[in-house]
Design a binder for this molecule. Structure first.
Ligand SMILES: Cc1cc2nc3c(=O)[nH]c(=O)nc-3n(C[C@H](O)[C@H](O)[C@H](O)COP(=O)(O)OP(=O)(O)OC[C@H]3O[C@@H](n4cnc5c(N)ncnc54)[C@H](O)[C@@H]3O)c2cc1C
Length: 380
């Protein structure tokens, strides 16, 4: 499990070189302006990264979950905002590849791979966050179509110009709730009634597009149903198992960037006549940070390897997401501490990394929710 294949080593080398050359130099500017990195997305599509987990027959690279972890980790070391849009696209790709019809895969996966078009995953609503079973958005059957009404919030890969389609989870039978009462739909951005609302002004990952989505009498043909009617909740949850591995990978990349920054700063900052890295207190911080990061990487790779082998991986995905998310926050906080007052200033990257890391214990299921998933599995 621990040894990467020759192809995986080449993938890491390629993504690292691309990320450090094309993305890292823009991370500070993207954070400052909040501008969406549209040109980077196009380059990621050209390089085959955006379609990394799309089967070859639909234009992708046909790679697996471990490959995804390696690639997202590298991108996250360069820029958290870019890593988040990348991780979300891979989540969307994975859901369509697993549940889409041939026509849906050709159309949606094809447009992502060929043209760099982005998809969103729209589950969360103002009243249904951790409790995704509490969705209020409805899809009512009407002849050979469904009419969607409701509002979604905090939807990544959606912005004033960004996002071309969304997987929308809606209630089709209220009586059945999560057991057959929800359905997933593929909805194009230009469908009448699909309105992108407020673009969120965020603490971190500032150039990732995250918006409200309002569905008002949004009519979609039955060919837009993703998977079967009544399977929406299960499709969303199984997609999130993979999504959580992606966020854990993002956390590992951000924690690595924070650790690298701390090591470099500690070696060059002189106090009391020598580098602060000569102080045992600082050395212990660095040792703890590196150890926890290594553990986070191993948990993440293990969850990914289980998924690649088709074995149950939900609990491992939650462990990885929980531990890596918390670790990234801890490592970023300690790295900032090692920078002293300079770490509090925008002149140093750690100020941005610290803010960016904060989301990692919240989206795609909070740390508390991951612990619920883990405990449920233990106690079943
Ligand atoms: C930047 C960003 C991007 C996002 N992108 C997407 C996206 O692309 N698609 C999408 O569908 N959603 C997205 N989300 C939504 C995200 O997944 C939710 O914010 C998250 O699941 C938490 O839901 P909530 O915000 O409603 O918090 P709440 O569910 O209201 O939780 C508030 C607090 O209560 C705790 N809590 C809730 N229930 C329990 C419980 N049973 N036991 C213990 N503690 C509990 C939570 O852990 C949390 O600490 C995004 C959110 C953000 C901030």
């Amino acid at each position: 499990m621990l040894e990467l294949t020759k192809e995986q080593n080449m993938l890491v080398k390629m993504v690292r070189s691309f990320s450090q050359r094309e993305i890292a130099p823009r991370a500070e500017e993207l954070d400052r302006t909040g501008a969406f990195p549209a040109e980077i997305v196009q380059k990621m599509a050209e390089l085959g990264l955006l379609g990394l987990n799309v089967p070859r027959e639909f234009g992708g690279a046909g790679l697996g979950e471990v490959d995804k972890v390696l690639a997202v980790t590298e991108v996250a070391q360069a820029c958290s905002s870019t890593a988040e849009l990348f991780a979300v696209q891979l989540l969307v790709n994975g859901i369509i590849a697993a549940h889409g019809t041939r026509e849906q895969k050709q159309r949606y996966l094809g447009m992502t791979c060929r043209q760099g078009k982005l998809g969103a995953f729209a589950l969360t609503e103002p009243g249904a966050g951790s409790d995704a079973g509490g969705l209020q958005t409805t899809a009512v059957e009407d002849g050979d179509s469904y009419v969607l009404n409701g509002s979604k919030c905090f939807i990544s890969n959606l912005g004033p110009q960004e996002g071309d389609y969304a997987i929308v989870i809606a209630v089709t039978d209220r009586a059945k709730k999560t057991h057959g009462g929800m359905t997933a739909f593929l909805v194009d951005r230009d469908t009448p009634g699909f309105q992108v609302g407020k673009l969120e002004d965020k603490m971190g990952i500032r150039s990732a597009a995250v918006s409200e989505l309002i569905l008002e009498d949004c009519r979609v043909g039955k060919e837009q149903i993703l998977g079967k009617v009544g399977r929406g909740f299960q499709i969303a949850m199984s997609g999130l198992d993979s999504g959580r591995i992606g966020i854990a990978a993002q956390a590992c990349g951000e924690a690595q960037a924070a650790l690298d920054a701390a090591v470099s700063y500690a070696k060059q900052r002189l106090q009391f006549g020598r580098p602060i890295s000569a102080q045992q207190g600082i050395q212990w911080y660095l040792a703890e940070m590196a150890t926890k990061l290594e553990a986070a990487k191993l948990l993440t790779i293990k969850a990914a390897a289980l998924r690649d082998r088709g074995e149950p991986s939900g609990m491992n995905a939650s462990m990885a997401k929980f531990f890596a998310g918390e670790t990234a926050n801890e490592v970023a906080a300690k790295a900032l501490q090692i920078h002293g007052g300079y770490g509090y200033m925008k002149d140093y990257a750690i100020e941005r990394i610290y803010r960016d890391a904060r989301i990692l214990t919240i989206y795609e299921g909070t740390s508390e929710v991951q612990k619920i998933v883990i405990a449920k599995e233990l106690l079943k």
